[in-house]
Design a protein around this ligand. Structure first.
Ligand code: PGA
Length: 252
């Protein structure tokens, strides 16, 4: 399985900035594309333009969210097939920022993942514990319930483990804790979907991944790539993260 380095641009980039960033990533993409898959998730207003710009390059494009409904009276929402119509092949669902500020429950996230799959998109389902849950020693329990509630059956998608306290903090989860949580997620995926399907789901790590800590995080067992926020807004640092993919992981 090739590692996936995914950039979540969040609510950043007007047209000119998005074009500069996409062009910068495309310019360096070929050198890393032999050992890593690259994905950028621009804001919805830039998705079509960025997808057009990146067509024919090794960089895929994804949405940051999709509706759980296929069509209809959902002001402000975007259906999964509208994202694919723009050129998206992936979509992030259940990011903690959406769970927190848009009241997205596990059930809604699961419905969004189903909508994504129905539209032919690969869903990247985010899970992760709060600082309070970790302090109380409840991190595996919290993530376990999110996995049970948020993943549809079958699940030919991707899981992103993003401890909420690590996002945007500049303080990634420690190596030991990442190793432990990714092992737990793998176990849980195999329990839910059976050994073969459970083993096939890539598990990304997200939360303050930067060019100077990427090599360490990406070399940990069961880390199948990274979901990158802040550092994905600079082409050089995003490409440096991709370049830090351990080459042994690329061939396994
Ligand atoms: P960060 O964000 O890399 O800025 O911590 C990660 C994310 O929210 O996906």
């Amino acid at each position: 399985m090739r590692p996936l380095i995914a950039g979540n641009w969040k609510m950043n980039c007007r047209t000119d900035e998005a074009a500069v960033l996409a062009r910068g990533i495309a310019a360096g993409a070929t050198s890393v594309a032999s050992f890593a898959d690259l994905l950028v998730c621009p804001p919805a207003t830039q998705l079509c333009a960025v997808a057009r710009l990146l067509a024919g390059t090794p960089v895929a494009v994804g949405g940051q969210d999709c509706s759980n409904a296929p069509r209809g009276a959902h002001t402000g929402d975007i259906a999964a097939d509208m994202l694919s119509d723009c050129g998206a092949t992936y979509v992030i669902v259940g990011h903690s920022e959406r769970r927190a500020s848009h009241g997205e429950t596990d059930e809604i996230v699961r419905e969004k993942a189903v909508a994504a799959l129905t539209a032919g998109l690969v869903p990247i389902v985010c899970v992760g514990e709060t600082a309070e849950q970790r302090a109380a020693g409840q991190e595996t329990e919290a993530v376990g319930w999110q996995l049970i509630g948020s993943l549809p059956k079958p699940f030919p998608g991707i899981v992103a483990y993003e401890p909420i306290w690590a996002i945007g903090s500049g303080r990634p989860c420690g190596a030991e804790d990442v190793t432990q949580m990714h092992a737990f997620i793998r176990e849980e995926l195999m329990r839910q979907f059976g050994p073969e399907s459970g083993r096939a789901v890539p598990i990304l790590y997200g939360g303050s991944v930067k060019s100077d800590n990427a090599a360490g995080l990406l070399s940990l067992p069961e880390v199948g790539g990274a979901l990158v926020g802040g550092a994905s807004l600079d082409a050089a640092s995003f490409l440096a993260i991709a370049a830090a993919v351990p080459k042994r992981a690329a061939t396994s």
